[in-house]
Design a protein around this ligand. Structure first.
Ligand code: MTE
Ligand code: MO
Length: 313
């Protein structure tokens, strides 16, 4: 597993307002990840390397599979708050304002808290190269920057009554045009069982390719759960609640026969309308076989010992 410790990241401060950062985005694509105080007085993670090369410590994941290009990672997105057209998300989200931002962490915890971006960046950021497999049958290999969710959960101290974690994304129809259509129950909600949320693979991501998350990939903070279908990896998180019930996720509410709570990548359990046995890797021709738990079985299969994965899909 590739990792960059924040102490190894070039310490270089650049003062940029979010507006000028967004304007520069596209030319200033690569480079050193730094925490820079921006004009509004918020800490902002920005790319400062003028070479324009997206930065990552590796070129493949741990299976030797090449990274999906920065271009594809940032221009082929599922983000229904903006558009159902994967290529239209990036242009529609370009002016999305995600600073200042707060994530409220509460529910069944001893130490609830409100985390702004500075507070989230106090957790050491690591690079993790993970495969993301969409339920629709395509996949990517993405170099994320973030930290294990477990570290945040340990800080708020879940009580013994906490069984699941519920995540809530931003509700803001003015910024998110897709929320004006009534066919999905906004806001986007996702959930994990507490042991899944505490697993070391489960990341709260604040960046990718060495820079802060672009809006279309879930700025400023999103979940990444690499052994589950991509829809579990909720973007633009504003609340994290420890709960004793199984959260009713957006997809379970809208199509319970198609999207279960677990949503583990499983080539043997078909979606009711299509097979899940293979996938198209974005940027490649042809199709590949889909791997059990998206190739992370060794790490996570134990979480589901004794469970019928056809029933608990
Ligand atoms: N808030 C929110 N999060 C979301 C979605 C969404 O529509 N809204 N789509 C999900 C789906 S279906 C996928 S496949 C991934 C895509 O992440 P990416 O665009 O960074 O590749 O985001 C997930 N997170
Ligand atoms: Mo997806």
């Amino acid at each position: 597993m590739q990792k960059i410790r924040s102490s190894e990241i070039t310490p270089q401060a650049t003062y940029l307002s979010r507006r000028s950062f967004m304007k520069a985005f596209g030319t200033l694509v690569g480079g050193a990840l730094v925490a820079a105080a921006c004009a509004e007085g918020e800490l902002e993670t920005v790319a400062t390397d003028p070479s324009g090369v997206p930065q990552t410590s590796g070129t493949t994941d741990e299976l030797g599979e090449p990274l999906t290009s920065f271009q594809n990672v940032t221009n082929y997105n599922n983000y229904y708050e903006f558009s159902t057209n994967k290529e239209a998300v990036a242009p529609k989200a370009v002016d999305f304002v995600s600073s200042p931002w707060q994530v409220e962490v509460g529910g069944l915890v001893n130490k609830p808290g409100i985390y702004d971006l500075d507070a989230l960046r106090r957790f050491d950021q690591e690079e993790r190269i993970y495969r993301l497999r969409c339920v629709e049958g395509w996949s990517m290999v993405i170099p994320w920057l973030g930290f294990p969710l477990r570290r945040l959960l340990e800080e708020v101290e879940p009580t013994s009554a906490a069984k699941n974690v519920q995540f809530t994304a931003l509700l803001d129809p003015e910024q998110m045009p897709g929320q004006n259509s009534g066919w999905l129950p906004w806001p986007y909600i996702e959930g994990l069982r507490l042991d899944e949320a505490m697993h070391d693979l489960t990341l709260l991501a604040t960046g990718l390719y060495g820079q802060s998350l672009p809006p279309q990939n879930g700025s400023p903070v999103r979940l990444v759960v690499p052994w589950k279908y991509g829809f579990k990896s909720i973007k633009a998180i504003v609340r994290i609640d420890l709960v004793d019930y199984q959260p009713a996720t957006l997809w379970m509410q809208s199509a319970p026969d198609e999207y279960g709570f677990f949503a583990n990548v499983n080539p043997e359990v078909d979606h009711p309308r299509w097979s899940q046995a293979s996938e198209r890797r974005i940027g490649e021709g042809g199709r590949r076989e889909t791997l059990m738990f998206n190739g992370y079985a060794e790490e996570v299969a134990g979480l589901y010992a004794g469970m019928d994965l056809e029933v608990n899909f």
